[in-house]
Write a protein that binds this ligand. Structure first.
Ligand SMILES: *Cc1c(COP(=O)(O)O)cnc(C)c1O
Length: 396
């Protein structure tokens, strides 16, 4: 495998030692809980290097490890660990850097369960304090730093409001102040954004989105340097026990073989769809980092080499019955949560927010009833546009 080969070339073959499985072009699923040893000395030696040796599948599993090596390679990290879900990965990464009483700076509107983890659960269990910043100016971070600040938690682009943070300058400040950084890189995928090269300590993903890409796996990922990942392996990974199932890792290996071309296809269609929506008289605004009209488009282009397929737009109408007619009229876009799969999806954030918030709180979020979140899948872009067109025709 040549160093200069592109990721598209390496991704399928990297870390697959086919000689070990009779040349099978696809490595097997190692569906086993434990590994057996020849004798006393062999198992004794295994325990001396338990991070890199397969002893028990809550620790290392060879099939899972192939996928971890591929993901570390794609992201430019030294090591990666797969978890049972994105939230298991986020929990492990956050707890790795925090001790009781520490302070966290997080950007506003991070993924909801990550917000609950830090501001509700860890606050109660470990007296963790959090300051939220809008994320647009470095001075905000400087002003938020306290003597006990140990972590800056980023999500760029953020998946609720698509805010972009200046990753390099935030990480520079963090390193100067001995503060660790985590970024949720799920939106861009490891193909379009390499935060570890910009100075981030740990990169986390929900593999349930683009990395899986087929809407058949829930899994998560943490990538970083060997010291951090080895520590996570023996602590948060083995102790909290949120491991991936061998079959799920195997499905992710299948998914990785097409990740670069899927991301290209998502990008191509998404830009077409976003530009169509932006030009439509019944659409008020489109929020998509790939659009030239996006307020932080220049920063987004500087940090990412491409744009994925999750976006939001606001219908002009504020009449709930009209909004529901539009929502229910879509045929190709299926109604559902999550995103990043082969299938296009639509969701209205108001549905969940209105259950949790008062109308005043809801209004304060800057989200409205007519906000539609769509995930542009791998169907034909012109068909997707026709579907939106016919649904928009049904309303005033
Ligand atoms: C879905 C998601 C997660 C959580 O991942 P799960 O695999 O569902 O646990 C975390 N961050 C972002 C941005 C997500 O969209």
């Amino acid at each position: 495998m040549k160093k200069e080969w592109k990721i598209e070339t390496k991704i399928s073959h990297y870390a697959e030692e086919r000689g070990n499985y009779e040349g099978a072009v696809v490595p097997p699923i190692f569906q086993n809980s434990l590994f057996t040893f020849e004798n006393w000395d062999a198992i004794d030696a295994a325990f001396d290097d338990r991070i890199n040796t397969s002893i028990y599948s809550r620790g290392r599993n060879p099939g899972v490890n192939i996928v971890e090596q591929k993901l570390a390679m794609i992201s430019g990290g030294e090591k990666a660990r797969l978890f049972a879900s994105g939230m298991a990965a986020i929990t492990a990464a956050v707890m790795h850097f925090l001790n009781a009483g520490d302070h966290v700076i997080a950007i506003k509107n991070i993924y909801g369960p990550a917000n609950n983890l830090i501001t509700v659960y860890l606050k109660k269990k470990m007296e963790i304090e959090t300051t939220f910043v809008s994320g647009n100016s470095i001075d905000e971070y400087k002003a938020a730093i306290r003597p006990n600040t140990k972590l800056i938690y980023l999500e760029s682009p953020s998946t609720a409001i698509f805010s972009i943070q200046n990753i390099e300058s935030i990480c520079k400040l963090a390193r100067l102040k001995n503060i660790k950084t985590i970024i949720d890189n799920t939106w861009a995928s490891p193909i379009f954004q390499k935060p570890l090269n910009m100075g981030v300590d740990l990169e986390v993903h929900s593999c349930s989105k683009y990395i899986g890409g087929h809407s058949d796996v829930v899994a998560g990922l943490v990538i970083g340097n060997a010291v951090d990942i080895d520590s996570i392996s023996v602590n948060e990974f083995e102790l909290l026990g949120g491991k991936t199932a061998p079959i799920d890792a195997w499905l992710l290996m299948r998914s990785l073989r097409t990740l670069p071309i899927r991301m290209k296809a998502h990008q191509e269609s998404s830009i077409k769809v976003a530009e169509y929506l932006e030009s439509h008289p019944k659409v008020e605004t489109v929020n998509y980092p790939g659009l030239k009209s996006f307020p932080q488009h220049e920063l987004a282009k500087k940090q990412m080499t491409g744009f994925s397929g999750l976006m939001a737009f606001k219908l002009k109408t504020t009449d709930l019955s009209q909004i529901k007619i539009f929502f229910n009229s879509l045929e190709i876009f299926k109604i559902g949560v999550s995103w990043g799969g082969h299938e296009s999806l639509v969701y209205a954030p108001a549905i969940s927010y209105l259950k949790e918030l008062s109308p005043e709180q809801f209004a304060g979020l800057g989200i409205s009833l007519g906000d539609m979140r769509i995930s542009v899948g791998l169907e034909d872009a012109d068909d997707l546009i026709s579907d939106l067109e016919q649904a928009l025709k049904t309303i005033n």
